[in-house]
Design a protein around this ligand. Sequence first.
Ligand code: UD1
Ligand code: CA
Length: 473
Amino acid sequence: MTNELTVVVLAAGGGTRMRSRTPKVLHPVAGRSMIGHVLAAVRGLGPARVVTVVGHQREVVGPHVSSLMEDAVLAVQEEQLGTGHAVAVALSASPVASGTVLVAYGDTPLLQTSTLAALVAAHEAADRAVTVLTGIVSSPEGYGRVVRSATGSVEAIVEEKDATPEQRAITEVNSGIYAFSAPFLAEAVARIGNGNASGEYYLTDAVGLAVADGLAVGAVVVEDSAEIEGANDRVQLAALGRLLNARIVESWMREGVTVVDPLTTWIDADVELTADVTLLPGVQLHGATKVDADAVIGPDSTLTDTEVGAGAHLVRVHANLAVIGAGADVGPFSYLRPGTVLGAGGKIGGFVETKNAVIGDRAKVPHLSYVGDAEIGEGTNIGAGTIFANYDGIAKHRTTVGRHARTGSNNTFVAPVSIGDGASTGGGAVVREDVPAGALAVSAGPLRIIEGWARAKRPGTAQADAADAAGDQ
Ligand code: UD1
Ligand code: CA
């Protein structure tokens, strides 16, 4: 690109067909809002400025756009009088005297930087007033149709409501994405009227105006028409979500990630993977999740904003904001809540829930436990069925377990409490006091054995009969 580039993103519309309290462009797909995907594609162009037109629910859409692109100009369109009016509002908020203006919509999540760059490059190379990005689709209903002359040059864009039956049969449609020469656009939007079937100011009329003025007009046909599709309702949102996911999954497979079942594997746009990661069926990787080489995840695991070290194995894991060390072993059926950090070669086993818990290298919490607000040293083994009782009903407290400790089954650690390096605890211990390094803590009373109890207290039952058959006293 040679000219200074301004991008205008239109996002003032209501999106009523979503039937949602959430503005349409904020609906998420592949871990980003729809407009988040568009802004990411736009950012890839390195534009001089980005203007987003907001209107409907602008108190929600505006801050969201600013959070994704701090220096984006927000132009407020109070009433949605049409796409031509929206662009006029953008240009009065941020006047552009020269260069190229790219217009796009906030609801096309599959749009790619490379497509926009090709449009701008073709536009600038031909030095046109306007270049339209078009698509060839099997069902053109709802789109503006691209009317070409006998020689193939673009003559006009006609909205469906205003089209003749012959024009309605055209399958080349307007994407709504255009590259304009800035001076032409500025004077064209001032001339666009609303004398059409919808009573709206159509940006598409700029194409006809350029042709009438004898200016150069052209089109670039998008290769994959999904890129220009907007999601107007939740059915389309799901369909586009599946296409976007397929694109993401395929690109990771090309990078060397094994995906056993692409159809049940969901990877958000911002996830980072490494060659030789294996994803088994039913895996969902969300947010800023990162997985290092040779890790095997799945089946059936959902990781959000979680880091997985090289060679780790995760089976049926639900993790959020967790860090799992290299070679660690997690699952099946483990629930890792925020602040869980598992060291290299460590283990979090079946039916274990962890939260705000730092578990050292090669330390193990293998079975049926709750570990909350805890630090467990390297090489320590926590017995089956242990509860880190972190909450006294008013405040949360921490438990510290040292290195190479061995705690018994069915323990309760009543926080705040600490268990020293190399210490042990007996089965069933309720630990309310600190256990020094190397000590053994037992809290169960002596075992009492009452002979003949079943016969005396449960006469005539199968239990008593069994005891009797065993020759009890
Ligand atoms: C528009 C095009 C049509 C094209 C289609 C592609 C016009 C007149 N028609 O039709 O040729 O095939 O897009 O999807 O441009 N918006 C505003 N302010 C407004 C009106 C719209 O910001 O006053 C925004 C909407 O939020 C939306 C986009 O512009 O993101 C498109 O508006 P919409 O009303 O959906 O246009 P279409 O009828 O789909
Ligand atoms: Ca639309």
